[in-house]
Design a protein around this ligand. Structure first.
Ligand code: GLC
Length: 426
């Protein structure tokens, strides 16, 4: 039996089946075009950052196109930044003027997005930033864009987190109540361990995480909550790395999702050249599922409201692979069997999927599987793969290893990552 994750409060049953989602980081930082942290990294004051607000004109925005791209990539849910750390809101909040309706965009950008993705059958999630480098009640700390301006710090030192907290809770209530059923609520993030001497990091006491969570659960009892409020949460969210094995808490396997970027940046980053090749992205997805996890893959749309051509190409490439191989992803989890070097197993009941990262010459030796496999085929075309019990004589197994040897074609199937589907005996 593959490990079973610990039960959670939110309903993760669909989540651990669907395995693959789209993260969207979109805001006026796309106008800067150099990462969603630009305001903080470059210490940009509000007056200057205002230029991006004034020039945010996503004239090509067509969320139906986004939803179609996500769907054909095989993604089953999406999570969008309603507000990022710069404080800019993509929806028509009653609690601020710092929102898309007051930019040249002139509209609530979240409503049509949620609708478009729902039409394509994807579930909806909201990312919401706990940090806010625009709100006048948010105490300046060591991440704030004005941290190096001592005069500003002095002038603003009486900021009261309670004012901001009220705003945070009020906006969360809007997000929970205006867009129909929410499947995921993704808060980002807590950093109370930070200490800059003149200021401290913020965490659960600042956000009043307990009350915030209660409000979320009250609106949507089944919603999946991430783990960045410093308490509770239904999923663990490793960021920009693949864990070595199934993520555990207190030694017990939990529901988890790696969030990953296409090029290292979440927000649109025009001059970035670190685009991951399609086969790497596919291997990352396989790697997650082979360890019992999900992957939330990010796109940072442009200021004009499109997915960059390189992002589109990545999604199309993944979709091509998913069209033929999604049964090795959906409904699958880790396997108890140990794969040969440079291969990853996923398993769904008596179907075992062998993902071959490096195509070998002729033979693959599967320890522990002699006598346990009824039939084998290449998944991309459903053509038989011959198998035989490995012989000690050829040195392809040792006593007790119970090795099954597959005879593979010389030519690697023409897909990014070939998969052998093994039908296990009853
Ligand atoms: C972080 C970053 C951020 C990004 C996020 C995604 O904490 O601050 O820019 O939105 O993680 O996981």
């Amino acid at each position: 039996m593959p490990p079973q994750p610990e039960p959670t409060v939110g309903d993760t049953s669909w989540f651990v089946h669907d395995r693959f989602g789209l993260f969207i980081h979109w805001g006026i930082y796309a106008v800067a075009g150099r990462n969603e942290w630009a305001k903080s990294n470059e210490r940009i004051p509000d007056e200057k950052y205002q230029e991006y607000f004034d020039h945010f004109d996503p004239d090509l925005y067509d969320p139906r196109e986004w939803a179609r791209l996500a769907k054909q990539a095989g993604m089953r849910y999406f999570v969008v930044t309603t507000k990022h750390h710069d404080g800019f809101c993509l929806w028509d909040s009653d609690l601020t003027d710092y929102k898309s309706t007051n930019t040249p965009a002139r509209r609530d950008l979240i409503a049509p997005m949620v609708e478009a993705f729902r039409v394509e059958g994807l579930r909806a999630g909201f990312y919401h930033s706990l940090l806010d480098w625009h709100h006048p009640g948010f105490p300046v700390d060591g991440y704030h864009s004005m941290r190096d301006n001592l005069e500003f710090r002095e002038r603003e030192k009486h900021r009261d987190i309670r004012k901001y907290r009220e705003y945070l809770h009020g906006q969360t209530r809007e997000l929970l109540s205006r867009y129909g059923r929410l499947d995921i609520m993704w808060f980002d993030y807590s950093y109370s361990q930070m200490d800059w001497e003149w200021s401290k990091g913020k965490g659960k006491a600042d956000w009043d995480s307990e009350r915030l969570i209660a409000m979320v659960r009250e609106h949507w009892p089944n919603v999946i909550l991430n783990d960045r409020l410093e308490i509770g949460g239904d999923i663990k969210t490793p960021e920009q790395y693949q864990p070595r094995s199934w993520v555990t808490v207190d030694g017990k396997p939990v529901v988890w999702e790696a969030c990953q970027t296409l090029n290292g940046s979440w927000g649109y980053d025009r001059d970035n050249l670190d685009w991951k090749p399609v086969d790497m992205l596919i291997r990352m997805l396989i790697d997650s599922v082979s360890k019992g996890g999900n992957m939330l893959l990010n796109v940072g749309p442009t200021a004009r409201g499109e997915f960059d051509p390189r992002a589109q190409a990545a999604l199309r490439g993944i979709g091509e692979w998913m069209r033929l191989h999604n049964r090795s992803i959906y409904g699958c989890t880790a396997s108890d069997f140990t794969p040969p070097p440079d291969c990853h197993y996923t398993q769904n009941d008596n179907r075992l999927y062998l993902h071959v990262f490096t195509w070998p010459m002729r033979h693959l030796h599967l320890d522990g599987l002699a006598g346990r496999v009824e039939y084998a085929q290449t998944l991309n075309d459903g053509a038989e793969v011959k198998m035989q019990v490995a012989s000690e004589h050829h040195g392809s197994t040792a006593p007790g290893q119970n090795t099954l040897t597959l005879t593979l074609p010389i030519q690697k199937p023409d897909v990014a990552v070939p998969v052998i589907e093994l039908f296990l005996k009853g």
